[in-house]
Design a protein around this ligand. Structure first.
Ligand SMILES: Nc1nc2c(ncn2[C@@H]2O[C@H](COP(=O)(O)OP(=O)(O)OP(=O)(O)O)[C@@H](O)[C@H]2O)c(=O)[nH]1
Ligand SMILES: [Mg+2]
Length: 269
């Protein structure tokens, strides 16, 4: 009886001493990421490993890192800046972009990236809304996107699942509201059955003194149509070019940080 009491006491002590330690580690790592100042250089490393996170991050995050990268599916109209926001997140030209009238990304592309020691897999997709003569006509782009979402949702593979949907729109080439509602319903409400978080990214805001004001002025249009987003990011995904004005350079850096925070704060897992 005494030995049983002793065993129980030891077990209770083990629970008391291990649980708070695990929580403390998790809290510290999450706080570091979420609390980054807007211009702090978030550590991003593409799979080629060109940039390494600092060793202090690496040791705490190695205990934090989930068993697989978080899957982020980026979708939206052709030319809305989907591939460009992947490059802005990676701070590297991973995805091909173009300013041609015809679409650029013709099939699903997968880009593993690390943000502050956390692994993400970004899925770039063919743009929606192209005509029959486009690179990927609209019905084919929709078919590809549905197949990707269904495959990720239904697979039992530990590397699958969807952690975040990102609906990308260009502020200068916004589709009509009816098209936006149809796209939201088709992929988020029906294909994903609203089971995953969805966020909206608005690109093309490099000339706005306050990029965030776009959302303040336009969010009512989405709410009136019962489109709900877990979060939003108002950004520029413009690539730097020679003689770029300082304020645009600043907004590009700010956008990269905004996008990092959007992913880190909103992925389910
Ligand atoms: N000015 C400005 N141009 C942008 C921005 N984001 C993207 N672009 C430009 O818009 C064009 C299309 O960008 P992409 O990233 O290729 O667009 P996409 O959505 O991937 O297009 P598809 O692959 O055809 O679906 C390119 O010329 C980009 O440089 C932005 O924030 N501001
Ligand atoms: Mg693209």
């Amino acid at each position: 009886m005494d030995s049983l009491r002793m065993t129980l006491k030891l077990k209770a002590q083990r629970i008391k001493t291990t649980q708070p330690v695990a929580h403390a580690m998790s809290g510290t790592a999450e706080g570091d990421v979420a609390g980054q100042p807007v211009h702090s250089p978030a550590v991003v490393r593409s799979t080629d490993g060109t940039r390494q996170p600092p060793s202090s991050h690496a040791s705490s995050s190695s205990m934090e890192t989930p068993p697989r990268g978080r899957n982020v599916v980026i979708f939206g109209e052709t030319g809305s800046g989907k591939s460009s926001i992947i490059n802005a997140i990676a701070k590297n030209q991973l995805a091909k972009t173009t300013n041609d009238a015809d679409g650029c990304t013709s099939s699903v592309q997968r880009y593993p990236v690390d943000i502050s020691g956390q692994s993400f897999v970004l899925f770039d997709t063919a743009g929606l809304g192209e005509g029959p003569a486009g690179t990927v006509p609209d019905p084919e782009a929709k078919r590809q996107l549905k197949n990707l979402l269904r495959r990720l949702m239904s697979s039992r593979s530990p590397s699958d699942g969807i952690d975040l949907l990102v609906y990308c729109m260009s502020s200068s080439r916004m589709p009509g509201l009816t098209t936006i509602v149809q796209t939201y319903d088709m992929f988020y409400s029906r294909t994903c059955r609203k089971k995953v978080p969805i966020v909206i990214v608005i690109t093309g805001l490099e000339n706005e003194p306050n990029m965030e004001s776009w959302w303040d002025e336009n969010k009512g249009r989405f709410e009136r149509e019962s489109m709900h987003f877990t979060d939003h990011a108002c950004v520029t995904a413009l690539q730097e070019y020679p003689d770029i004005p300082d304020d645009v350079t600043r907004r590009i850096a700010e956008s990269s940080d905004t996008l990092h925070n959007l992913l880190v704060n909103n992925c389910s897992h």
